[in-house]
Ligand binder design. Structure first.
Ligand code: HEC
Ligand code: HEC
Ligand SMILES: [Ca+2]
Ligand SMILES: [Ca+2]
Length: 466
């Protein structure tokens, strides 16, 4: 017996000795089984330009049918009332785009306008003034409301347009490399209904890819609370905290998960808010049109009250909840694995949490009990002054943003032919996105700038497999 043990000990020592001999660069990094299934068993095996458009597998027959209907409401253009297509009329009077898919092209991401006055491709401006309403939301501009719609139906004056100017910020790496970032400054031009209120706060928001959202909704609240560390008790410089927002259907305050400031509690309300704010389509959750005071909105033909039925709204919400997450590519490539190791080592994974488990109560059974790799904690983090919009949103301050999920990020260029990252698309590449990190993420950004060129390449190669 003793002899046998000794043999084992000897064997182990030998292995660890050989291990020590290896240069770190040649170390083999192992892959966890199922690691590439970013969306658990709902993952789709497709990396084409259609990659974001598939339904999660294992939906029921009824759910698949609803997904199909939701898909058509998402893609097709809405028209102003009255119209022969009564299921899709009621656009406006004020709107940013005529279809969800105009901003979330192929269920993916928008981009900033490429010239002044270009119609919306997915970047819009939220508006707010000092103070909060009784439900905890910020107060709107008294004339223009919560959002600048840069489009109007025929016969109505447009609320206004915006222009962007850019300031250069140069970042220097330890090895001498320089990268010039473009910081956008937003100006509202030609306001159609008089001046905006003085001190108006502008929060630019870019349309993000809408894959895997039901999985994020299916995470238990406690799972996210366990990641929160509002007073940074563990002293790592990171103090994520949840947003708490108004759930209209429940008429109570709940944890926020969706939107760049976690300002929406669930997919359905996010979708209804998009119908209302982005397209001027009323619903049970948002029954009123967005009209400047004094304008007789009732005199403008509408598409019914509400303009989208609750049953159709549910179908679009189901659609937006069950778009599948594509599988990770090249996940066994050693450079990719080294990049993953660096991602963890320099602190990226402290906010972009690699692995989470969904709960067992989501109404869509396929989304329950899934091991997912979203690379987010859905919490708010202070990201520093350069990224700040100075516009609070419920509990989120003017410098706080929600950690976005990173799944799908390596496919944006395939699906949308561009990679515009961060809340307003200011970063034109993954490296630029990293360089925009500040505040709680300052340390991991500084760590990145100290990496060798090869280690940076590996990290970016890893990001591109997500
Ligand atoms: C004018 C452009 C535009 C249109 C049209 C639009 N969206 Fe969006 N969408 C956005 C922006 C911008 C955000 C980020 C909002 C925020 O941060 O509050 C967003 C966010 C979302 C999200 C949340 C994503 C996340 O990760 O948190 C969902 C879901 C969504 N949109 C669905 C829809 C649906 C469904 C429609 C059609 C009813 C639609 N959108 C129409 C611009 C648009
Ligand atoms: C303190 C938390 C935190 C840390 C640490 C952190 N991030 Fe982020 N990350 C965020 C937040 C919050 C955003 C969104 C900021 C915004 O939209 O303005 C973000 C955005 C991103 C984006 C753009 C995502 C998109 O959808 O546009 C990428 C890519 C990214 N992070 C990668 C990294 C990498 C790589 C590291 C390590 C070097 C890192 N992050 C470290 C919180 C963090
Ligand atoms: Ca309408
Ligand atoms: Ca901490």
């Amino acid at each position: 017996m003793i002899k046998k043990c000794l043999k084992v000990v000897l064997f182990i020592t030998l292995i660890s000795f050989v291990g020590c001999q290896k240069d770190d660069d040649y170390e083999t990094i192992s892959v966890e089984s199922g690691e590439e299934l970013l969306g658990g068993s709902t993952t789709v095996f497709n990396a084409s330009e259609e990659a974001f458009g598939f339904a999660a597998s294992q939906l029921t027959f009824e759910e698949r049918a609803a997904f199909g209907t939701g898909n058509s409401f998402f893609r097709q253009s809405w028209v102003s009332a009255p119209a022969s297509t009564t299921a899709r009329d009621g656009l406006g009077p004020f709107f940013n785009a005529v279809a969800c898919a105009s901003c979330h092209f192929k269920d993916g991401r928008g981009r900033p306008p490429s010239f002044d006055g270009e119609t919306a491709r997915g970047l819009l401006l939220r508006l707010s003034t000092d103070g909060f309403a009784s439900d905890g939301s910020t107060l709107p501009d008294p004339i223009y409301g919560h959002q600048l719609q840069d489009n109007a139906i025929l016969g109505q004056t447009v609320k206004g347009n915006f222009t962007i100017t850019y300031q250069d910020i140069t970042e220097y790496f330890a090895d001498g490399t320089q990268v010039v970032l473009k910081k956008p400054v937003y100006n509202i031009a030609t306001p159609g209904y008089g001046n905006l209120t003085s001190g108006i706060r502008i929060s630019p928001r870019l349309a993000n890819q809408i894959i895997g959202l039901g999985l994020l909704e299916a995470l238990e609240e406690q799972t996210l609370l366990n990641l929160a560390d509002p007073n940074d008790m563990d002293g790592d410089g990171i103090s994520g905290r949840p947003n708490y927002v108004h759930d209209i259907a429940k008429n109570k305050t709940v944890m926020g998960r969706f939107g760049w400031k976690a300002n929406q509690p669930n997919v359905k309300q996010q979708v209804a808010a998009a119908f209302s704010g982005d397209m001027g389509i009323t619903s049970v959750l948002f029954p009123n049109e967005n009209c400047p005071p004094g304008m007789d909105c009732d005199a403008i033909p509408n598409g019914g009250s509400p303009e989208i039925t609750d049953s159709n709204l549910d179908k679009v919400a189901l659609y937006a909840s069950t778009l599948a997450v594509p599988v990770q590519r090249d996940f066994k490539n050693q450079n990719v694995l080294k990049g993953k190791k660096t991602f963890n080592a320099i602190g990226c994974a402290n906010c972009h949490i690699p692995k989470l488990q969904t709960g067992n109560t989501h109404p869509i059974v396929a989304l329950r009990n899934q091991t997912i790799r979203p690379y987010t904690d859905l919490l708010l983090h202070d990201m520093g002054n350069d990224l700040a919009d100075n516009a609070p949103d419920f509990l989120a301050s003017g410098t706080e943003w929600r950690t976005p999920a990173l799944w799908g990020i390596g496919l944006l260029n395939t699906v949308n032919k561009s990679t515009f990252l961060m809340h307003d698309g200011r970063a034109r590449s993954i490296e630029e996105a990293i360089l925009w990190h500040g505040g709680e993420a300052q340390v991991s950004k500084s760590n990145y700038k100290k990496l060798s060129l090869q280690n940076r390449k590996d990290l970016l190669q890893f990001m591109n497999t997500l």
